[in-house]
Design a protein around this ligand. Sequence first.
Ligand code: GLN
Ligand code: ZN
Length: 765
Amino acid sequence: MFTNILGYPRIGGHRELKKACESYWAGESTLRDLQLTAKEIRRHNWLLQQQAGIDLIPCNDFSFYDQVLDMCLTVSAIPERFHPLVEQQQFPETDLLFAMARGYQKDGYDITAMEMTKWFDTNYHYIVPEFYANQQFNLLSDKIVNECREAIQAGIQPKPVILGPVSFLLCGKEKEEGFHRIDLLKNLLPVYKKLMQQLDELNIRTIQFDEPYLSLNLTDAERKGVVYTYNELSKVTPRISILLASYFECYGENLTTVLGLPVQTIHLDLVRCSSQLDDILATDFAKSDKKLSLGVIDGRNIWKNDFENSLKLIQKAVAAIGTDRIMIAPSCSLLHVPCDLSFETALPAEIKNWLSFAKQKVEEVVALKQLATNAAGAAALLDENKQAIASRRTSPLIHKTHVKERVAAITDADAHRNSVFASRRQQQQALLKLPLFPTTTIGSFPQTADIRQLRAQLKKGSITLEAYNTAIKASTETCVRMQEELNIDVLVHGEFERNDMVEYFGEQLEGYVFTKNGWVQSYGSRCVKPPVIFGDVERKAPMTVEWTSYAQSLTNRPMKGMLTGPVTILQWSFVRDDQPRETTTMQIALAIRDEVSDLEKAGIKVIQIDEPAIREGLPLRKENWAAYLQWAVKAFKVSSCSVEDSTQIHTHMCYSEFNDIIDSIAAMDADVITIETSRSQMELLDAFADFKYPNEIGPGVYDIHSPRVPTVQEMEQLLQKAADVIPVEHLWVNPDCGLKTRKWPETKQALQNMVEAAAKARAKA
Ligand code: GLN
Ligand code: ZN
């Protein structure tokens, strides 16, 4: 029996890589400093796994930015706009990599960055490869070989982790018409083969090819591509055994194909899909000599593994194929969990005992092998584990009968407004008296350095809560006055009191804990620290009423109450694995529902419930979409439907495509939805137009991700485009998203232009 790790976090236990990258980008350190930090992280990770007793230790799981981008450099998939950099003598590869990821505005160049998108259903973002018809590839970067060599020098027998050719292509985008990127396999495979030969020369004996697309619905052509690829790669050398890894879902209808591939080991994500073990054992798999890597430990979440449960799966496999053909592994790369639980010194001991981060998961993998092979002394590990699991199953910190009962008692009526939209609309009109093309913003206003500093000071205790509140109040008042001066119709308070749209609510809800150092890479040097939902969620007291009422007291215009929706709160947290996601979401929905009611009671007439994460919560396999959408929509409605008809409910979504989920968006039945559209020149609006979306809609008229101030004219044109497809009496005017990351001068100017554009559109209508 072997132990296998698919990948280890590369940011460093204290985000050393982030700090080193950012200091290098700022010109405060040299490339050599950065490389040394990287080398130290790799060495640390390898030795940690070796000392723990891992047999298959990954290398090339390190990256300065992203593993898909690394693959672009490895096979020379470098978009033409970067060629002037490549051609420069002595332009370092690492600088090229950063240029591709972040754009390059220097020395007279102005080259735009490559696109970034979410890695399957995680919160990790990868750089999207760009492909052209009949594109040629060649082996450019030595990164993989170099890292293997470095590992060998450190006394490790490494297993390089390489994004497989099929998934590499499918992760990308065609940048011209007339071909499908999977057609490029023929050109790409020679590069992979050459790479395998080089690794063979280094005495590498196992390569892990990651093909996460095998967990998705593939076309026949794509599936044929998989067969072709691994037939070809298996011919390169008999000395290298191929470990094929997919994760995040079942192999599903791809399983037969996968089992027929000439690869030596197949990795299974048994956390997401434990039934596929039975499916495989029901075939004549036992007669083959293939190994199975059993991903029994959750690589996506931070809970301690339930050993008894994992051992059942392992023993089932052992009974069928024997010990020698089995590897114990986490379900996927540990990239998605924080590095080390032992750094958490402030967590309540009882809760900490339920958790496990990357380092602890490595230890769990080894412990499971010891238990499964009856190693001496292993029994104590099982006892200890059983105790932790039992404590979590029954702890009153987690389980609250009244919360569970309330979720069970949710009725259909709780998830419906009193009247249909048309009649609500009349009542809202009568109350709010808004003009055509009403203007608003998405919520946050610039979070300047002094606001963030205030919060840091409050945390440190160097200012009192009173002083903090006074300062936040002053910012809120300035913000309200400014919006009045700009003549915006529906105001916001600015969200100055919030650090983050999920954390702010998490901190006030029961059932949440926060780590001090639980960082996970989001993209490049950016890390996030997702809060942990460990128990039944409930709201103990109003969370936003005071700030919103204060802001409303400053003005006669309607002040929007700003809340984060239940699906987004769930999606951006580490969630419980001891109950369905749906149940946790409904608990959060009830907490938000109470907040909505309290805001309404306090006289707030417009309430926005942000759900930017609805789309990213979609399951990877289409057959699971309907069930998810049903509860996601219901959760939104449970949170928003307690109000009177005259109270206007808004929602906001960004960076989503709506085409294939538009009926669910409509089913949410928000009175107004604001969406991101400006980057796509209103194209995203087509889904709403084609569907004849019945409620009101605010397509963002400018991109808040850039400091650029949009002109009146261009926003007017966008509004015209919107008015061409959506009835004007349904249109709102607003930016794409919150203004948190912007600076004040550009914000004021942009909003002034926006209000002017709205006035012009109004005059024309
Ligand atoms: N209300 C939030 C804000 O303005 C919305 C953020 C988001 O959509 N991601 O910051
Ligand atoms: Zn947004």
